[in-house]
Design a protein around this ligand. Sequence first.
Ligand code: AMP
Length: 281
Amino acid sequence: MKVFKKTLELKNELDILSKQGKKIGFVPTMGALHHGHIELVVRSVKDNDITVASIFVNPTQFNNPEDLKKYPRMPEKDIAMLENANCDYVFLPDYDEVYPKIDTTNYDFGMLEKVMEGKFRPGHFKGVGMVVKRLFEIVEPDNAYFGLKDYQQFLVIKSLVNQFDIPVNIVGCETIREHDGLAMSSRNLRLSDEQRKEAPEIYKSLSFIKKHIEDKSVLEWKQWFKDKINALSQLKVEYIEISDAITLEEVSLFDDSKSLVICVAVFAGEIRLIDNVLIND
Ligand code: AMP
């Protein structure tokens, strides 16, 4: 496995491989890797001739400077995990390598960036769009792998490649969870023992709603989730939305023929956890 810090060096190497007809798979990450990230790499290794993973904590997608500062960074451990997963190239750039000049592109994801994460983290998806577009320009992958844990992000990326006609196939990969159901996340490393003990209630409650969706109305389920989670000493719901799984428009009634997604953000102290379940997918 080779590690590149310089954009041009990586680009030159990948250009040669592309010209030889090699299929390139790409897994963008912010590091502090866990099994969820590694599953994306495993999938890419299976589908492609060459797999590139990037590790870049992208400042333009953080609306909270404290969150950016405290974001876990452990590149050496990450590199070892990627090597173990048979990744071929790691891109570990500095800020200036990713953003050599100011990006004046107008990123507009409409409804997709106005709700949920977009509403509570203003500017977040413009930052995601900016970094992913730039990384796609550098790597020029055939396939790129994203986790459905960040479901809204997955839809934003699909919109990005459509809008800018980027010739890459976006592959969504299922959420990888701890044994107790908690969605794996780099932020889980920051949970206290007590917070970690309560955090699995998020997915447990989401799974319960999914299983019994017919039993209550949309409004009742939202309230049920808030009451259940907020009753715990360590957790506080920021939002729960039950939405059309394609447009992210809120639904008011359940309809068997429509795919829905239930998305939540929950604070454990200052650590923000997100999760979702798909319904009728
Ligand atoms: P991040 O490093 O958090 O920006 O995540 C990099 C990629 O890994 C994104 O496509 C995430 O959706 C994906 N990812 C993060 N956590 C998980 C998980 N638990 N299961 C599947 N994919 C994940």
